[in-house]
Write a protein of this length. Structure first.
Length: 218
């Protein structure tokens, strides 16, 4: 299980400080929807103008501009050729039914979404992935918004990992704390990421030694 306290989290309200407070008191009807029993202090009924027509959900302050997140992935997600999200779709390679379904899904995605980048259909574990899988890359919020709902319905018996891409140093976090699963979670071999970090450190140290040796010859 991921240690959620091993990471730092910027405030979700960064850049939205010192604004007029939003209405947030909850009506008796709202509690009834979820089967909760409100206490006396929770029975305040806000004016109807602060509710939508359903009488339950809140009206939000409108400013006439859509969030930039509709058009581009937020930082620090990759916006280059790597893509902002990878989708790994898993199947148990010893289960003939899953193999057949996964192969059919792989073909369907290539035909339904030819603009997406899709990789080889692996028939065995690879990297941190303990069972067979194939990978799809998403480059825009529009692709994400189209493909993920489609996959929710069409993944069948298969599990899928949705993880963001940022910088190499955050690979383990991107595959754990920032990851989203469709279907049953499949434990990844996180040792792979630790080995990657160790190799990167060795390479960086070798580069520093090489640079010092070069300076000594000057």
């Amino acid at each position: 299980m991921t240690d959620q306290f091993a990471f730092s989290y910027p405030s979700p309200l960064e850049g939205y400080e010192n604004l007029e407070p939003l209405s947030e008191l909850v009506s008796r009807e709202s509690f009834a929807i979820y089967g909760a029993i409100p206490t006396t202090s929770m029975l305040t009924i806000r004016k109807i103008r602060e509710r939508n027509d359903d009488g339950k959900s809140f009206k939000n302050p409108q400013h006439g501009v859509l969030s930039k997140a509709y058009e581009e992935f937020p930082d620090p997600l990759c916006k280059d050729r790597r893509g902002g999200f990878d989708i790994h779709i898993y199947h148990f390679q010893t289960n003939p039914d899953q193999v057949a379904y996964a192969k059919a899904l792989w073909e369907r995605i290539r035909r339904e979404f030819p603009e997406l980048r899709i990789y080889a259909f692996f028939d065995r574990p690879i990297g941190p992935h303990p069972v067979a899988m194939f990978e799809v890359n998403l480059f825009t919020p529009a692709q994400f918004g189209a493909f993920i709902p489609w996959l929710v319905i069409n993944r069948g018996p298969l599990s899928a990992l949705v993880h963001p891409n940022t910088v190499d140093e955050e690979e383990e976090r991107n595959h754990t704390q920032r990851a989203t699963w469709l279907g049953d979670r499949i434990p990844l071999d996180l040792r792979v990421f630790k080995l990657m970090k160790e190799r990167q450190k060795r390479e960086e140290e070798a580069e520093r030694v090489k640079a010092k040796e070069k300076e000594g010859r000057l």
